[in-house]
Design a binder for this molecule. Sequence first.
Ligand code: ADP
Length: 368
Amino acid sequence: MRLILVINCGSSSAKYQLFDVGKHISLAKGLIERIGQADSCRDYYEAIEIIVARLTDKKKGAISSRDEIRGIGHRVVHGGEEFKSSVLINEKVLKSILKYCELAPLHNPPSLSGIKACSKILKGIKQVAVFDTSFHQTMPEKAFLYGIPFRYYEKHGIRKYGFHGTSHRFVAEKAAGRLGRPLKSLRLITCHLGNGCSMTAVNRGRSVDTSMGLTPLEGLLMGTRSGDLDPAIVFYLIEKEKLSAESISDILNKESGLLGVSGVSNDMRDLVKSTKSKTKSAKRSRLAIDMFVYRIKKYIGAYFAAMGGLDAVVFTAGIGENHPWLVRRIAVDLRNVVPEKVKFLVIPTNEELLIARDTYEIIKKRSA
Ligand code: ADP
């Protein structure tokens, strides 16, 4: 059996899934939450110990021994400009992931802890890093640079990196299958609409532009994130509200988006329910949804123009997969804008499966 364990260490949780890559099936999956809190485990080391114990549990475990695991694939959020594809983890790769903690302070450190824990607890099993940023490394300079002095790109690496790359890549490949055409012949716009939302222009299989930027704050309106705004708003708020830079960062990341506009919730299900209610909040929930949809349409227009053509728009993740009214509404609104042949598709994402496949391919090559 070709068993690959996928580990996704987030800012306070560790998700895992065990795949049989040969049969394309998931054998076990789970989540350890609230890592570091009194009611959960102490740290990521302990979390990985729990995961291995669950997987090899005599009664309920999916495998009888850890030796059945051929490789471990880790989701790593930031790979900077260095990693253009998934890589086998060694000392040098670990150092680079550490370096990019500066650019992703909430995300890269837990991944590092997860990798280090696996190298002790699952000693000898090869590990692969799959980066959220690597799919977007094909963007041209004109798309990834900001209009600020060039020295800040050279000195601090300030540029658009983009995120959700594994998801955009996965659904782009699936869309090609669904359309019965090679990915290399297609111009696609992929929309990952979850709590975090991003869109990507995928021109013949390559990401040529994406809506998230240096951080996952840029672009679409999201659950609690503002997405695009005039940077001068930050200075205006500092002055008018006497706020610190840190509080503004919190406002833009945690109190804005669907939640901030509606005053109701960051969850699309709650907002839809609220629009149907007879409460005062109904109007602002409707406004939040209108802004959400409007911005997606603007990005479709922009990426259609950037690629000089379009074959399909693909919707995925929590909102993209479960709110068909949204896809219908966008398709109807754009019917006189995009060519008639453009398809609007809903394709469930599966980032973990892609991580497992990448891991298996890299390990197979190395063992050949
Ligand atoms: P995350 O980005 O944290 O992985 P999701 O992809 O699940 O989260 O996206 C969360 C959003 O998707 C929420 O706005 C929620 O309303 C919506 N969503 C998720 N699952 C469903 C569902 N089964 N039905 C309707 N909406 C859903």
